[in-house]
Design a protein around this ligand. Structure first.
Ligand SMILES: Cc1ncc(COP(=O)(O)O)c(C=O)c1O
Length: 259
């Protein structure tokens, strides 16, 4: 697929021997923590698609948001820096934070930082980022807003790809996973895995473990961004327009299992 090539892929799949014998089950881990040191973690798979779109739109500034220690913000700032772009992050805080961890790295890599309260983040983060973008536009910049966790239609393609990667690796490993369990924070990971599972007919059970909010919230998010991903999958030549139209009508919240 057309995307940036930043993450170390494919990430390793390793059997967790002791946990497997303890639980009398075959448990494997896919090491998406090892996608790279500066943009480690799962977000880079989504950023490979969204930042490609930003670069195609001639953007010179990435704006995103997250908690004060957000891995996603740090990864986005790192990618912006790599491409010589400017970056700005909207960080959620409850008190004045010490300059450490990912917040320190954001600053070290030159990101502009704007703080907001938990309530502002929950209710108005998109408006605040739009406001930031408008200010940068006035300064002659071309901002591109990456939503929380890069979880939107274009970002979903990162985990659509990851699902295909898992199935390829199964062949090499000589195994077939029946269940995939994944953390669900902003929804893009869970949505992308499911969209590939449905489109390719892999028939696996995918369980998104909600790290916050509730089942209904995440099923709605996964469905929304899953549907938003369909035009991008058409553009990438993965599905036809008629398949996309049909899926847009048939996909439903219960297609996304959340626990
Ligand atoms: C390793 C890992 N997997 C999954 C997730 C959740 O991803 P998403 O934000 O796409 O729901 C996170 C969230 O930060 C994560 O760190």
């Amino acid at each position: 697929m057309k995307k940036l090539s930043l993450a170390n892929l494919p990430t390793k799949i390793r059997k967790m021997e002791r946990l497997s014998s303890l639980l009398n089950s075959n448990i494997y881990i896919k090491h998406d923590d090892q996608t790279g040191s500066e943009w480690s973690g799962n977000k880079i798979r989504k950023l490979e698609f969204s930042v490609r779109e930003a670069l195609e739109k001639d953007s010179d500034l990435l704006i995103t948001c997250g908690g004060i220690q957000s891995n996603h913000c740090r990864a986005t700032v790192a990618v912006a820096t790599y491409y010589g772009m400017k970056s700005a992050v909207l960080l959620r805080i409850s008190e004045q934070p010490p300059l450490e961890g990912n917040y320190f790295l954001d600053k070290l890599m030159g990101a502009d930082v704007r703080f907001c309260t938990n309530d502002e983040y929950r209710n108005n983060r998109q408006e605040i980022m739009e406001e930031m973008a408008a200010k940068y536009r006035k300064e002659g910049r071309k901002p591109y807003i990456v939503p929380e966790g890069a979880s939107n239609g274009v970002g979903v393609l990162g985990y659509y790809n990851a699902m295909n990667e898992i199935v390829e690796q199964e062949k090499e490993l000589g195994i077939k996973f029946d269940t995939i369990v994944v953390a669900t924070g902003s929804g893009g990971t869970c949505s992308g895995l499911n969209i590939a599972n449905i489109i390719k007919g892999y028939g696996r059970r995918i369980i998104g473990m909600a790290v916050c909010d509730d089942v209904d919230y995440f099923q709605s998010i996964c469905l929304k961004i899953g549907i938003e991903s369909l035009p991008y999958l058409v553009e990438q030549g993965e599905i036809s327009e008629s398949t996309a139209k049909e899926l847009a009508h048939t996909l439903k919240k219960s297609d996304f299992e959340i626990d």
